[in-house]
Design a protein around this ligand. Structure first.
Ligand SMILES: Cc1cc2nc3c(=O)[nH]c(=O)nc-3n(C[C@H](O)[C@H](O)[C@H](O)COP(=O)(O)OP(=O)(O)OC[C@H]3O[C@@H](n4cnc5c(N)ncnc54)[C@H](O)[C@@H]3O)c2cc1C
Length: 420
Protein backbone atom coordinates (compact mmCIF):
# COMPACT_ATOMS: atom_id res chain seq x y z
CA UNK A 1 0.00 0.00 0.00
CA UNK A 2 2.01 2.98 -1.26
CA UNK A 3 -0.57 5.60 -0.32
CA UNK A 4 -1.29 7.16 3.05
CA UNK A 5 -4.12 5.62 5.14
CA UNK A 6 -6.81 8.24 5.70
CA UNK A 7 -10.04 8.81 7.64
CA UNK A 8 -12.62 8.97 4.88
CA UNK A 9 -16.24 10.11 5.29
CA UNK A 10 -18.57 8.72 2.65
CA UNK A 11 -21.77 10.77 2.54
CA UNK A 12 -24.78 8.62 1.60
CA UNK A 13 -25.45 4.90 2.00
CA UNK A 14 -26.99 4.16 -1.39
CA UNK A 15 -25.40 1.74 -3.83
CA UNK A 16 -22.76 4.31 -4.86
CA UNK A 17 -21.80 5.06 -1.24
CA UNK A 18 -21.49 1.43 -0.16
CA UNK A 19 -19.48 0.50 -3.27
CA UNK A 20 -17.16 3.46 -2.67
CA UNK A 21 -16.80 2.51 1.01
CA UNK A 22 -16.03 -1.10 0.06
CA UNK A 23 -13.30 -0.14 -2.39
CA UNK A 24 -11.84 2.46 0.01
CA UNK A 25 -11.53 -0.17 2.74
CA UNK A 26 -9.60 -2.41 0.37
CA UNK A 27 -6.95 0.33 0.40
CA UNK A 28 -6.87 0.20 4.19
CA UNK A 29 -8.68 3.50 4.85
CA UNK A 30 -10.80 4.06 7.96
CA UNK A 31 -14.27 4.61 6.56
CA UNK A 32 -17.28 6.33 8.15
CA UNK A 33 -20.53 6.37 6.18
CA UNK A 34 -22.80 9.30 7.01
CA UNK A 35 -26.46 8.53 6.24
CA UNK A 36 -29.41 10.82 6.92
CA UNK A 37 -32.14 8.21 6.49
CA UNK A 38 -32.20 4.43 6.26
CA UNK A 39 -29.33 2.87 4.22
CA UNK A 40 -30.39 1.70 0.77
CA UNK A 41 -33.83 3.34 0.88
CA UNK A 42 -33.07 6.08 -1.68
CA UNK A 43 -33.08 5.49 -5.44
CA UNK A 44 -31.09 2.32 -4.81
CA UNK A 45 -34.12 0.65 -3.22
CA UNK A 46 -36.65 0.35 -6.00
CA UNK A 47 -34.80 0.39 -9.30
CA UNK A 48 -35.32 -2.18 -12.05
CA UNK A 49 -32.25 -4.11 -10.88
CA UNK A 50 -30.59 -4.06 -14.29
CA UNK A 51 -26.81 -4.32 -14.37
CA UNK A 52 -26.74 -3.26 -17.98
CA UNK A 53 -23.19 -3.11 -19.25
CA UNK A 54 -24.76 -1.96 -22.51
CA UNK A 55 -26.37 1.17 -21.02
CA UNK A 56 -24.42 3.75 -22.98
CA UNK A 57 -27.29 5.66 -24.56
CA UNK A 58 -27.97 9.04 -23.00
CA UNK A 59 -31.54 10.06 -22.18
CA UNK A 60 -31.39 13.22 -24.32
CA UNK A 61 -31.14 12.05 -27.90
CA UNK A 62 -31.26 14.09 -31.11
CA UNK A 63 -34.75 15.39 -31.88
CA UNK A 64 -35.84 15.38 -28.22
CA UNK A 65 -36.90 19.04 -28.28
CA UNK A 66 -40.04 18.24 -30.29
CA UNK A 67 -41.29 15.99 -27.51
CA UNK A 68 -41.37 18.65 -24.77
CA UNK A 69 -44.97 19.84 -25.50
CA UNK A 70 -46.23 16.23 -25.42
CA UNK A 71 -44.60 15.66 -22.00
CA UNK A 72 -46.45 18.66 -20.65
CA UNK A 73 -49.85 17.46 -21.79
CA UNK A 74 -49.62 13.76 -20.98
CA UNK A 75 -49.17 13.36 -17.21
CA UNK A 76 -49.15 9.56 -17.51
CA UNK A 77 -46.77 9.28 -20.49
CA UNK A 78 -43.31 7.72 -20.12
CA UNK A 79 -41.78 11.17 -19.60
CA UNK A 80 -43.80 13.86 -17.90
CA UNK A 81 -43.24 17.31 -16.56
CA UNK A 82 -45.38 18.78 -13.80
CA UNK A 83 -46.79 22.20 -14.62
CA UNK A 84 -45.93 23.39 -11.10
CA UNK A 85 -42.27 22.57 -11.73
CA UNK A 86 -42.21 24.66 -14.90
CA UNK A 87 -40.67 27.78 -13.29
CA UNK A 88 -37.74 25.69 -11.96
CA UNK A 89 -36.82 23.26 -14.71
CA UNK A 90 -36.07 25.36 -17.86
CA UNK A 91 -32.29 25.89 -17.30
CA UNK A 92 -31.83 22.13 -16.83
CA UNK A 93 -34.07 21.33 -19.80
CA UNK A 94 -32.11 23.70 -22.03
CA UNK A 95 -28.86 21.93 -21.11
CA UNK A 96 -30.61 18.56 -21.52
CA UNK A 97 -31.83 19.33 -25.04
CA UNK A 98 -28.43 20.84 -25.98
CA UNK A 99 -26.68 17.66 -24.80
CA UNK A 100 -28.60 15.64 -27.39
CA UNK A 101 -26.67 16.43 -30.57
CA UNK A 102 -25.33 13.48 -32.61
CA UNK A 103 -21.69 14.32 -31.80
CA UNK A 104 -22.37 14.81 -28.10
CA UNK A 105 -24.33 11.58 -27.66
CA UNK A 106 -21.50 9.68 -29.37
CA UNK A 107 -19.00 11.19 -26.92
CA UNK A 108 -21.31 10.46 -23.94
CA UNK A 109 -21.70 6.83 -25.01
CA UNK A 110 -17.92 6.45 -25.37
CA UNK A 111 -17.44 7.89 -21.88
CA UNK A 112 -20.12 5.67 -20.31
CA UNK A 113 -19.05 2.33 -21.77
CA UNK A 114 -15.97 1.76 -19.54
CA UNK A 115 -17.97 2.89 -16.48
CA UNK A 116 -20.89 0.53 -17.03
CA UNK A 117 -19.22 -2.14 -19.17
CA UNK A 118 -17.18 -3.52 -16.28
CA UNK A 119 -20.08 -3.58 -13.82
CA UNK A 120 -20.06 -7.31 -13.10
CA UNK A 121 -16.26 -7.53 -12.90
CA UNK A 122 -16.17 -4.62 -10.43
CA UNK A 123 -19.14 -5.87 -8.39
CA UNK A 124 -18.26 -9.57 -8.08
CA UNK A 125 -15.30 -9.20 -5.68
CA UNK A 126 -17.37 -6.97 -3.39
CA UNK A 127 -20.42 -9.25 -3.59
CA UNK A 128 -18.28 -12.33 -2.87
CA UNK A 129 -16.82 -10.79 0.29
CA UNK A 130 -20.28 -9.62 1.37
CA UNK A 131 -21.97 -12.98 0.75
CA UNK A 132 -24.23 -11.38 -1.85
CA UNK A 133 -23.38 -13.44 -4.94
CA UNK A 134 -26.81 -15.12 -4.90
CA UNK A 135 -28.40 -11.72 -5.65
CA UNK A 136 -26.49 -11.28 -8.92
CA UNK A 137 -27.55 -13.00 -12.14
CA UNK A 138 -26.20 -12.94 -15.68
CA UNK A 139 -29.09 -13.85 -17.96
CA UNK A 140 -28.93 -10.88 -20.33
CA UNK A 141 -31.44 -8.11 -20.95
CA UNK A 142 -34.14 -8.37 -23.59
CA UNK A 143 -35.64 -5.39 -25.47
CA UNK A 144 -38.95 -6.16 -27.16
CA UNK A 145 -40.92 -4.24 -29.79
CA UNK A 146 -44.54 -4.28 -30.92
CA UNK A 147 -43.68 -2.97 -34.37
CA UNK A 148 -41.10 -4.13 -36.86
CA UNK A 149 -40.08 -0.48 -37.31
CA UNK A 150 -39.35 -0.16 -33.56
CA UNK A 151 -35.63 -1.02 -33.66
CA UNK A 152 -35.26 1.16 -36.75
CA UNK A 153 -36.81 4.12 -34.89
CA UNK A 154 -34.15 3.59 -32.21
CA UNK A 155 -31.42 3.09 -34.78
CA UNK A 156 -29.04 5.63 -33.24
CA UNK A 157 -29.33 4.03 -29.77
CA UNK A 158 -28.51 0.56 -31.17
CA UNK A 159 -25.72 2.02 -33.30
CA UNK A 160 -24.19 3.62 -30.19
CA UNK A 161 -24.31 0.31 -28.34
CA UNK A 162 -22.75 -1.64 -31.22
CA UNK A 163 -20.10 1.04 -31.85
CA UNK A 164 -19.05 0.59 -28.22
CA UNK A 165 -18.58 -3.15 -28.48
CA UNK A 166 -22.00 -4.34 -27.30
CA UNK A 167 -23.04 -7.58 -28.99
CA UNK A 168 -26.72 -7.99 -29.75
CA UNK A 169 -28.75 -11.02 -30.87
CA UNK A 170 -31.92 -10.34 -32.86
CA UNK A 171 -35.10 -12.43 -32.45
CA UNK A 172 -38.18 -12.57 -34.66
CA UNK A 173 -41.65 -13.30 -33.26
CA UNK A 174 -41.12 -17.10 -33.21
CA UNK A 175 -37.70 -16.75 -31.64
CA UNK A 176 -39.14 -14.51 -28.92
CA UNK A 177 -41.86 -17.09 -28.17
CA UNK A 178 -39.19 -19.72 -27.55
CA UNK A 179 -36.95 -17.43 -25.54
CA UNK A 180 -39.70 -15.98 -23.31
CA UNK A 181 -42.98 -17.90 -23.61
CA UNK A 182 -44.61 -15.55 -21.05
CA UNK A 183 -44.48 -12.58 -23.43
CA UNK A 184 -47.51 -11.29 -25.32
CA UNK A 185 -47.78 -12.37 -28.95
CA UNK A 186 -48.10 -8.69 -29.83
CA UNK A 187 -44.33 -8.40 -29.69
CA UNK A 188 -42.96 -8.98 -33.16
CA UNK A 189 -39.22 -8.68 -32.59
CA UNK A 190 -36.64 -8.37 -29.87
CA UNK A 191 -32.95 -7.77 -29.21
CA UNK A 192 -31.05 -9.62 -26.50
CA UNK A 193 -27.87 -8.31 -24.89
CA UNK A 194 -26.36 -11.38 -23.31
CA UNK A 195 -23.54 -9.64 -21.39
CA UNK A 196 -26.03 -7.83 -19.11
CA UNK A 197 -26.93 -8.95 -15.62
CA UNK A 198 -29.39 -8.07 -12.89
CA UNK A 199 -29.79 -7.88 -9.13
CA UNK A 200 -32.79 -9.74 -7.77
CA UNK A 201 -33.02 -7.61 -4.59
CA UNK A 202 -31.32 -4.19 -4.86
CA UNK A 203 -32.03 -3.26 -1.22
CA UNK A 204 -30.49 -6.50 0.05
CA UNK A 205 -27.40 -5.81 -2.07
CA UNK A 206 -26.85 -2.43 -0.37
CA UNK A 207 -27.56 -3.92 3.05
CA UNK A 208 -25.13 -6.81 2.62
CA UNK A 209 -22.36 -4.59 1.21
CA UNK A 210 -22.89 -2.24 4.14
CA UNK A 211 -22.82 -5.10 6.66
CA UNK A 212 -19.47 -6.15 5.20
CA UNK A 213 -18.12 -2.58 5.49
CA UNK A 214 -19.13 -2.62 9.17
CA UNK A 215 -17.57 -6.07 9.72
CA UNK A 216 -14.31 -4.73 8.30
CA UNK A 217 -14.24 -1.98 10.92
CA UNK A 218 -16.16 0.77 9.13
CA UNK A 219 -18.83 2.74 10.95
CA UNK A 220 -22.18 4.25 10.05
CA UNK A 221 -23.06 7.66 11.45
CA UNK A 222 -26.77 8.50 11.43
CA UNK A 223 -26.68 12.20 10.60
CA UNK A 224 -27.28 14.64 7.78
CA UNK A 225 -24.10 16.07 6.26
CA UNK A 226 -24.33 19.85 5.82
CA UNK A 227 -20.93 20.97 4.58
CA UNK A 228 -17.18 20.85 5.09
CA UNK A 229 -14.56 22.55 7.25
CA UNK A 230 -11.48 23.32 5.18
CA UNK A 231 -8.11 24.66 6.25
CA UNK A 232 -7.06 26.36 3.05
CA UNK A 233 -7.62 23.60 0.49
CA UNK A 234 -7.24 20.72 2.99
CA UNK A 235 -10.29 19.02 4.50
CA UNK A 236 -10.46 19.05 8.29
CA UNK A 237 -13.99 17.82 9.03
CA UNK A 238 -17.46 17.17 7.65
CA UNK A 239 -20.24 19.25 9.25
CA UNK A 240 -23.39 17.35 10.12
CA UNK A 241 -26.59 18.18 12.00
CA UNK A 242 -25.10 16.18 14.89
CA UNK A 243 -21.75 17.95 14.99
CA UNK A 244 -18.46 17.64 13.14
CA UNK A 245 -16.70 14.47 12.05
CA UNK A 246 -12.94 14.80 11.65
CA UNK A 247 -11.85 13.58 8.22
CA UNK A 248 -8.85 13.63 5.89
CA UNK A 249 -11.05 12.93 2.86
CA UNK A 250 -14.75 12.89 1.99
CA UNK A 251 -16.84 11.50 -0.83
CA UNK A 252 -20.21 13.01 -1.79
CA UNK A 253 -22.50 10.10 -2.72
CA UNK A 254 -25.80 11.62 -1.63
CA UNK A 255 -27.54 10.85 -4.93
CA UNK A 256 -30.24 13.36 -5.88
CA UNK A 257 -29.58 15.29 -2.64
CA UNK A 258 -25.93 16.07 -3.45
CA UNK A 259 -26.46 19.57 -4.85
CA UNK A 260 -26.37 21.51 -1.53
CA UNK A 261 -23.20 19.67 -0.54
CA UNK A 262 -21.51 20.75 -3.78
CA UNK A 263 -22.86 24.25 -3.17
CA UNK A 264 -21.26 24.23 0.30
CA UNK A 265 -17.94 23.90 -1.56
CA UNK A 266 -18.85 26.78 -3.84
CA UNK A 267 -19.63 24.51 -6.80
CA UNK A 268 -22.78 24.82 -8.91
CA UNK A 269 -23.74 21.45 -10.33
CA UNK A 270 -26.95 21.32 -12.43
CA UNK A 271 -28.23 18.22 -10.65
CA UNK A 272 -31.94 17.44 -11.07
CA UNK A 273 -34.04 14.48 -10.22
CA UNK A 274 -35.78 12.30 -12.77
CA UNK A 275 -38.37 10.63 -10.58
CA UNK A 276 -39.25 7.06 -11.42
CA UNK A 277 -41.83 4.54 -10.20
CA UNK A 278 -42.22 0.85 -9.71
CA UNK A 279 -45.10 -1.49 -9.11
CA UNK A 280 -44.56 -4.97 -7.73
CA UNK A 281 -46.75 -8.06 -7.78
CA UNK A 282 -46.04 -10.58 -5.07
CA UNK A 283 -46.49 -14.23 -6.13
CA UNK A 284 -47.15 -13.34 -9.79
CA UNK A 285 -48.98 -15.92 -11.91
CA UNK A 286 -46.21 -15.64 -14.49
CA UNK A 287 -42.87 -13.91 -14.82
CA UNK A 288 -40.27 -13.42 -17.54
CA UNK A 289 -37.05 -15.37 -16.99
CA UNK A 290 -34.88 -12.55 -18.35
CA UNK A 291 -35.35 -8.86 -17.40
CA UNK A 292 -37.34 -7.49 -20.33
CA UNK A 293 -37.75 -3.91 -21.50
CA UNK A 294 -40.76 -2.87 -23.52
CA UNK A 295 -38.63 -0.55 -25.64
CA UNK A 296 -41.56 1.51 -26.93
CA UNK A 297 -43.44 1.66 -23.60
CA UNK A 298 -40.18 2.55 -21.76
CA UNK A 299 -40.59 0.21 -18.81
CA UNK A 300 -38.81 -2.91 -17.61
CA UNK A 301 -40.18 -6.13 -16.12
CA UNK A 302 -37.68 -7.75 -13.76
CA UNK A 303 -38.03 -11.06 -11.93
CA UNK A 304 -37.12 -10.21 -8.33
CA UNK A 305 -36.77 -12.42 -5.25
CA UNK A 306 -39.89 -10.85 -3.78
CA UNK A 307 -42.07 -10.77 -6.90
CA UNK A 308 -42.32 -9.27 -10.33
CA UNK A 309 -41.26 -5.62 -10.63
CA UNK A 310 -42.39 -3.23 -13.37
CA UNK A 311 -40.21 -0.12 -13.25
CA UNK A 312 -39.62 2.95 -15.31
CA UNK A 313 -41.09 6.31 -16.33
CA UNK A 314 -39.53 9.72 -15.87
CA UNK A 315 -41.24 12.57 -14.06
CA UNK A 316 -39.68 16.00 -13.72
CA UNK A 317 -41.21 17.35 -10.51
CA UNK A 318 -38.31 17.86 -8.09
CA UNK A 319 -37.48 16.43 -4.68
CA UNK A 320 -40.47 17.68 -2.72
CA UNK A 321 -43.67 17.04 -4.72
CA UNK A 322 -45.74 14.07 -3.51
CA UNK A 323 -45.79 10.95 -5.73
CA UNK A 324 -48.44 10.65 -8.44
CA UNK A 325 -49.35 7.00 -7.86
CA UNK A 326 -51.34 6.89 -11.10
CA UNK A 327 -47.95 6.66 -12.80
CA UNK A 328 -47.18 3.42 -10.93
CA UNK A 329 -50.65 2.01 -11.70
CA UNK A 330 -50.07 2.66 -15.41
CA UNK A 331 -47.10 0.32 -15.16
CA UNK A 332 -49.46 -2.42 -13.99
CA UNK A 333 -51.73 -1.97 -17.01
CA UNK A 334 -48.72 -2.01 -19.32
CA UNK A 335 -47.28 -5.03 -17.53
CA UNK A 336 -50.49 -7.00 -17.92
CA UNK A 337 -50.39 -6.26 -21.65
CA UNK A 338 -46.77 -7.45 -21.79
CA UNK A 339 -47.48 -10.68 -19.87
CA UNK A 340 -51.06 -11.77 -20.63
CA UNK A 341 -50.71 -14.72 -18.22
CA UNK A 342 -50.97 -12.27 -15.33
CA UNK A 343 -54.38 -12.07 -13.68
CA UNK A 344 -56.61 -9.19 -14.78
CA UNK A 345 -57.10 -8.24 -11.11
CA UNK A 346 -54.80 -8.64 -8.12
CA UNK A 347 -55.73 -8.23 -4.46
CA UNK A 348 -54.24 -4.96 -3.19
CA UNK A 349 -52.17 -6.78 -0.55
CA UNK A 350 -50.16 -8.42 -3.33
CA UNK A 351 -49.33 -5.09 -4.96
CA UNK A 352 -46.88 -2.46 -3.82
CA UNK A 353 -45.81 0.82 -5.35
CA UNK A 354 -42.72 3.01 -4.97
CA UNK A 355 -41.34 6.30 -6.22
CA UNK A 356 -37.64 7.17 -6.23
CA UNK A 357 -35.35 10.01 -7.21
CA UNK A 358 -32.81 9.35 -9.94
CA UNK A 359 -29.93 11.81 -9.55
CA UNK A 360 -29.55 13.25 -13.05
CA UNK A 361 -27.24 15.58 -14.90
CA UNK A 362 -28.48 16.99 -18.22
CA UNK A 363 -25.83 15.13 -20.27
CA UNK A 364 -26.67 11.73 -18.68
CA UNK A 365 -23.13 11.45 -17.29
CA UNK A 366 -22.36 11.37 -13.57
CA UNK A 367 -20.13 13.80 -11.76
CA UNK A 368 -17.02 11.95 -10.61
CA UNK A 369 -13.88 13.81 -9.65
CA UNK A 370 -12.20 15.97 -7.05
CA UNK A 371 -13.79 19.20 -5.86
CA UNK A 372 -12.32 22.45 -7.17
CA UNK A 373 -12.28 23.67 -3.55
CA UNK A 374 -10.27 20.79 -2.12
CA UNK A 375 -8.53 17.75 -3.58
CA UNK A 376 -9.66 15.88 -0.45
CA UNK A 377 -13.34 15.98 -1.37
CA UNK A 378 -14.54 13.76 -4.22
CA UNK A 379 -17.87 14.12 -6.04
CA UNK A 380 -19.53 10.80 -6.99
CA UNK A 381 -23.21 11.19 -7.89
CA UNK A 382 -25.60 11.96 -10.71
CA UNK A 383 -25.71 8.50 -12.31
CA UNK A 384 -29.30 8.95 -13.45
CA UNK A 385 -30.74 5.82 -15.04
CA UNK A 386 -27.59 3.72 -14.62
CA UNK A 387 -26.54 4.21 -11.02
CA UNK A 388 -26.86 0.60 -9.94
CA UNK A 389 -24.82 -0.51 -12.94
CA UNK A 390 -22.19 2.22 -12.64
CA UNK A 391 -21.78 2.10 -8.84
CA UNK A 392 -19.15 -0.68 -8.58
CA UNK A 393 -16.78 1.04 -11.07
CA UNK A 394 -17.52 4.46 -9.56
CA UNK A 395 -16.46 3.09 -6.17
CA UNK A 396 -13.21 1.87 -7.69
CA UNK A 397 -12.51 5.27 -9.26
CA UNK A 398 -13.23 7.00 -5.94
CA UNK A 399 -10.68 4.76 -4.22
CA UNK A 400 -8.12 5.59 -6.93
CA UNK A 401 -8.72 9.33 -6.49
CA UNK A 402 -8.47 9.18 -2.69
CA UNK A 403 -5.23 7.18 -2.97
CA UNK A 404 -3.81 9.59 -5.55
CA UNK A 405 -3.64 6.84 -8.24
CA UNK A 406 -4.66 7.50 -11.83
CA UNK A 407 -8.13 5.94 -12.31
CA UNK A 408 -8.28 2.78 -14.39
CA UNK A 409 -10.69 4.36 -16.92
CA UNK A 410 -10.82 7.88 -18.42
CA UNK A 411 -12.90 10.22 -16.23
CA UNK A 412 -12.44 13.61 -17.92
CA UNK A 413 -16.02 13.47 -19.28
CA UNK A 414 -17.34 13.20 -15.70
CA UNK A 415 -15.47 16.30 -14.41
CA UNK A 416 -17.49 18.40 -11.93
CA UNK A 417 -16.08 21.50 -13.69
CA UNK A 418 -17.68 20.70 -17.07
CA UNK A 419 -20.71 22.92 -16.36
CA UNK A 420 -18.74 26.02 -15.34
C1 LIG B 1 -37.64 3.56 -11.36
C2 LIG B 1 -36.14 3.48 -11.41
C3 LIG B 1 -35.54 2.41 -12.08
C4 LIG B 1 -34.17 2.32 -12.16
N1 LIG B 1 -33.60 1.24 -12.75
C5 LIG B 1 -32.25 1.12 -12.79
C6 LIG B 1 -31.65 -0.06 -13.31
O1 LIG B 1 -32.33 -1.01 -13.69
N2 LIG B 1 -30.29 -0.12 -13.39
C7 LIG B 1 -29.50 0.92 -12.97
O2 LIG B 1 -28.29 0.83 -13.10
N3 LIG B 1 -30.04 2.01 -12.39
C8 LIG B 1 -31.39 2.14 -12.29
N4 LIG B 1 -31.95 3.24 -11.72
C9 LIG B 1 -31.08 4.30 -11.23
C10 LIG B 1 -30.44 3.96 -9.90
O3 LIG B 1 -31.41 3.44 -9.02
C11 LIG B 1 -29.81 5.22 -9.29
O4 LIG B 1 -28.99 5.87 -10.23
C12 LIG B 1 -28.94 4.84 -8.09
O5 LIG B 1 -29.67 4.07 -7.18
C13 LIG B 1 -28.37 6.08 -7.42
O6 LIG B 1 -27.65 5.61 -6.29
P1 LIG B 1 -27.03 6.61 -5.25
O7 LIG B 1 -26.30 5.80 -4.24
O8 LIG B 1 -26.31 7.70 -5.98
O9 LIG B 1 -28.31 7.36 -4.62
P2 LIG B 1 -29.37 6.88 -3.52
O10 LIG B 1 -29.64 5.43 -3.59
O11 LIG B 1 -30.54 7.79 -3.64
O12 LIG B 1 -28.62 7.12 -2.16
C14 LIG B 1 -28.32 8.41 -1.68
C15 LIG B 1 -28.30 8.30 -0.16
O13 LIG B 1 -27.78 9.54 0.38
C16 LIG B 1 -28.52 9.86 1.55
N5 LIG B 1 -28.37 11.30 1.77
C17 LIG B 1 -28.88 12.30 1.02
N6 LIG B 1 -28.47 13.49 1.51
C18 LIG B 1 -27.68 13.22 2.57
C19 LIG B 1 -26.95 14.06 3.47
N7 LIG B 1 -26.93 15.39 3.35
N8 LIG B 1 -26.27 13.45 4.47
C20 LIG B 1 -26.26 12.10 4.59
N9 LIG B 1 -26.94 11.27 3.76
C21 LIG B 1 -27.62 11.83 2.75
C22 LIG B 1 -29.94 9.43 1.19
O14 LIG B 1 -30.72 9.24 2.36
C23 LIG B 1 -29.69 8.13 0.44
O15 LIG B 1 -29.70 7.00 1.28
C24 LIG B 1 -33.34 3.34 -11.59
C25 LIG B 1 -33.95 4.39 -10.89
C26 LIG B 1 -35.33 4.46 -10.79
C27 LIG B 1 -35.95 5.58 -10.01
Amino acid sequence: MAHEVRRVCVIGAGIVGVCAASWLQRDGHKVSIIEAAEPGRGASYGNAGALNASSVTPVAMPGMLWNVPRWLFDPLGPLSLRWRYLPVIPPWLVRFVRAGTPEKVRAQARALRPLVGATLEALFPLARDAGAEDLIHRLGHLYVYRTRQGPERERLAWELRRANGVEVDAFDADGLRQLEPALSRDYVCGLLVRENGHVSNPLALVQRLLAQVLRRGGEIVHARARGFRLDGRRLVAVHTDRGEIAADAAVICAGAWSKPLARALGERIPLETERGYHLMIRDPEITPRIPTADAEGKFVATPMDEGLRFAGTVELAGLEAPPDWRRARVLLEQGRRMLPGLAAEHPEERLSVWMGHRPSLPDSLPVIGPSAASPDVVHAYGHGHVGLTAAPMTGKIVADLVAGRPPSIPIAAFAPTRFA
